[in-house]
Design a protein. Sequence first.
Lengths: 302, 356
Amino acid sequence: MVDELLFFMEVLVGGLLAGTMYSLVALGFVLIFKASATFNFSQGAMVFFSVLAFCGFMQDFNIPFVLAFILAALLMVVVGLCTERLVLRPLMNASEDTVLMATIGLGYVLEGLAQAAWGVEVRRLDLGIGDFPVPWIADNLKLFISALDITAGLVAAIMIIGLFLLFKYTKIGLGLRAVADDAGAASSIGIPLKHIMLLVWSAAGVVALVAGCMWGARAGVQFALVDLALKALPVLIIGGFSSIPGAIIGGLIIGAVEKVLEVYIGPFFGGAIEGWAPYVLAIFFLLYRPEGLFGEKIIRRV
Amino acid sequence: MKPVFMTYTKKDLINLAVCMVLSVLVIPTFITTEYWYTSILIPWLCLALATIGQQIVMGYTGQLALGAAGFMAAGAFAMFNLILRVPDLGFVGSLIVSGLIAAAFGILFGLPSLKVRGIYLMVATLASQFFIIWMIDKFGWFKNYDSSGIITAQDIVILGKPFTTPLAMYFVCLAVTTVLTLLAMNMARGSTGRNWMAVRDMDIAAESMGVSLLRTKVQAFAISAFYCGVAGALFAFCYLKSLEPVAFDIKLSFKILFMCILGGLGTINGAFIGAAFILLFPVLLNAIGNNVFHGAIDATIISSIEQVIFGGLMIIFMIYEPLGMAKLWENLKVSIKSKLSSAGTKSLKSSAQKSE
């Protein structure tokens, strides 16, 4: 009985921590949605692009770790700049769906560019943090929890607290919220829309880079990261598109539910149900609470 | 324009006649290499059919769906099982029933569209994509307990005659595509299509005008999935000649989405233009790579460049012409016509002046 309970706890904690990895990807979506009410479908591609560039700088040019990270972050700022100038500004007055489709295109461009520049083979990314159980926890609590999972959880927590404070208490955050609420009104009272957009897209790029590092350290830096990032979509639906705490809670729910289902129900169906379980969970959430747990209620006017 | 035959105008009938002459008489006499049939014409027809399905739900009804390949997989594997287990049904019967099975999935996964729209609906339809592929993959019955993962498709036999040569398969695809395209045009022009478009343009207004949202949306999803199912069955039996769930992954869904959007949302001919572009462009790019650069550029780089160009085009079209290539074609026709007619009036005027 105790063993079973311990095993359940282990599955649950593992799932929760893995869920924070989804949260990290979802965070980038939320940032852009919160500040511009556009849904950036290319966030997954940005994760792939940024971490592949990071790996490329380190492995092909032998640039040290920290410098490579800064370079990759700068590259994401450039991507943000180009996106703002070439994609978002011309589409300022277009409908939501049009912008969404344009970001799907943007995702394709980023994936293609990354592969053209750095090749298609899987790269290993070594952060110096092992993906194996921490001995101290294994000895004292009898839970096998990977060090990488714990790091990802900590990083996610720090980023979320930081962004939350930024949005809530700084002048920039106030500007971001104003733009999200009504871009026209915000620009008419003198909030520089261009700078706000650039800032948000750069921040989302850096968040993508961090998320990519975590995923890359676990699964290798490869194209499959883009598909993994798709799983951030159900996270967003559960947490709400415009809520930073929602992204983390949604990630935790998805991570825990998919692991528990996979371990306890999966074997009856031949496994691999974690491929679709999050999406079905998202559908049920949509039917009862379309705005998500923490999202703002969607009001459509005729 | 007055309808000449049923709801078709004279212009439609001329277009149809030209297309039929081209596809039935001109193509088979001038194109003799098998490559064109097996690698370009057959997949073009199949994917154009799937794109029409995507058009119905996305272009006409305005519901952002991203699960076309899932429904194609459902159709393809339904076809395989029907031919295997119910041989009396025949090829055409199986094709229709497998389309209907895909339509049942379409109804099931289209139901969330009643509650949500936009990106939310996209996520809900992603569930169908992943669920259908997983289901086929994990339950051996669908694959007739074949462990190799790739199943050879049965030969196509219609009324006791085998259709196994590329040319014969091309005709099978052509016949199915023609019938379904005409049907789609009819639906789009009739009250069904008007309801779809009313829902697309403003669902609340449509509802207050007495259009049932439930009926219209579910109908659109069902018909769309039917088209995708039939297209998937043809895709597997005429083009791939094998069945594997991996062939219908999310990438194919995105490809069909691109065909639909680049071709032109809410147009039937856009489906054909978009499918042709997405299929032919990589061929062209490879040819350039081989002939101009003599293979100096790696094949993976060429496919990356192709991805960049598709994505870039998507952005450019969204900015400058959200109605896609079909609209460009329309604009071209109009400008040529106006030039011709202005030239015509000029010559008339000059001749009139001369006669004075």
